[in-house]
Design a protein around this ligand. Structure first.
Ligand SMILES: [Zn+2]
Length: 207
């Protein structure tokens, strides 16, 4: 991964606060369990780095979103304290503000870019890792440039570019070319994002 001098590091301004209401988390947990069981969300054994995150637009504050917290991928079941609310973000400055008992996932800015599309048409984003799926779908469905690292403002702009020029609008799946194994799906509902992901997963040859 090439990081040049001008690279702006992701900045997460975190304010400790009560976690989001459990009533908003049930559907996320339902989908997260499905994806965790398929190892689309989890942790790399060697490095102990967690991967995969889910977010939904905040039902009460449409300018905000609820996202799984940083480094929670290893956990079988998430409790409210494992969720964070992104209250504002600045894609140009690569900066987010979040509330909760945990910082939001470092990929929150990529989620934010999806929520910005179409004046807020989409209400959920899923980001998972799956090598075979990534490898087989790369450049067959909308794919971000290999040169762009995840969690950067450039990733945000790349998503917007792909959305405007191609079939990202209809397919709602994105392969992150420069983020090995990284896949994003999104939709009007979490169910739609999850169904799109499982649909593509079912087509992947895994043997
Ligand atoms: Zn990732």
């Amino acid at each position: 991964m090439v990081i040049d001098e001008g690279y702006i590091k992701y900045e997460c301004v975190w304010q400790k606060a009560p976690p989001p209401d459990i009533k908003y988390l049930k559907e996320i947990n339902y989908w997260r369990k499905k994806l965790f069981d398929k190892k689309l969300i989890g942790v790399y054994k060697d490095s102990e780095i967690a991967y995969g995150n889910i977010s939904i637009r905040h039902p009460e504050n449409p300018r905000q979103f609820i996202i799984t917290g940083t480094q929670t991928g290893a956990l079988n079941k998430l409790e409210p304290q494992h969720f964070s609310v992104v209250t504002s973000y600045d894609i140009n400055k690569n900066k987010i503000h979040c509330l909760g008992l945990i910082k939001s996932s470092s990929e929150a800015l990529t989620h934010a870019m999806i929520y910005e599309l179409e004046d807020g048409e989409y209400n959920s984003v899923i980001h998972v890792h799956h090598y075979k799926m990534w490898e087989q779908l790369k450049n067959k469905v909308p794919t971000t440039s290999d040169k762009i690292a995840y969690g950067t403002k450039d990733m945000g702009f790349e998503i917007k570019r792909l959305y405007n020029i191609g079939n990202l609008k209809t397919e709602k799946i994105l392969i992150m070319g420069g983020h090995e194994e990284g896949i994003i799906t999104f939709g009007n509902t979490l169910e739609e994002s999850g169904d799109i992901l499982l649909h593509y997963l079912s087509k992947v040859y895994v043997k």
